[in-house]
Design a protein around this ligand. Sequence first.
Ligand SMILES: [Zn+2]
Ligand SMILES: [Zn+2]
Length: 335
Amino acid sequence: MRSAKLVAPQKIEFVPDAPEPKTGPGQVLVRVKAVGICGTDVHVWRGERPDVVLPRVMGHEFSGLVETDLGKFKKGDKVVVDPVVSCGTCVSCKRGYPNLCSTVKCLGVQVEGAFRDLIAVPEEKVYRYPKNLSFVQASMIEPYSIASEVIFRGVPISGEKALVFGAGPIGLGILEGLKLKGLSVMVADFVDSRLAKARELGADRAVNGKTEDLAQAVKSFTEDFGLDFIVDAVGSPKIMESAIEMAAPGGRVVVLGFNPTPAQVPELFLVRKELKVMGTRMNCNRFPEVLEWFGGNKVHPDAVLSAVYPLEKIQSAFEHIAEDPENTLKIVITL
Ligand SMILES: [Zn+2]
Ligand SMILES: [Zn+2]
């Protein structure tokens, strides 16, 4: 089978005749058809993730076809796979939080992923997806599961005012999800083309934090009350600091970045406004909700698709992102 392995930072090797994976008990063999490139993959490709051991087959946002019958799955079923790898027996797993497993891993990050023809995955992480979707569209179910997790964690209420920092594919997915829950949503970014995309996807306001006064925009957007729901989809301590300031009484701040730099967060603000600040990691069984979004055409994955490359050209796909990160949203590899 074909496979693409990251062998050194910024160097992916295409292997035309890699050995096929063997399935263990309870594992479904999936023939991969489309795999999205995530920001995480780009960090790994650049050599910025010390927890990733090379060589590594990356790729965790994928769709494909069941290769051999197993349990409720039949050969040819169109499926997507939740990439959270969990043990199933630790305290967090037993409590129902596989994404907080004591040995949690992600396919394509700490273990081999989907940039190859065949992958063996646990049956319970496999989901059939609506027939109306293409393989490329279905590969975007996983990034929307990150958005779904953020929204679930922050407990949105219809009519509330939200602000999403960052209009990349995840930020735009969060925007779409929050609109589905009935919130008014403002989006902030530094790139005008991304803000235009946010408007196209229903943002009530889209503000360029470089050229506009964001604090003033928030004031008028919330009639001086503050923001009920704030998401940092960028991962910056500065954003966390301004989020705490701009939050409304009872507000929630949800973060999903991996920035180790401490933020200066005054306890006084947290207490006076009874704020909730929470992290989110990957997704905790959010695929069913996202499948409903996709099946009902409630979200618009096509709007975030920038380009499609075949597996043989995967190195060029990563270079495309590296050369023009601002104007590139989602790139998908097809097999
Ligand atoms: Zn991802
Ligand atoms: Zn576990």
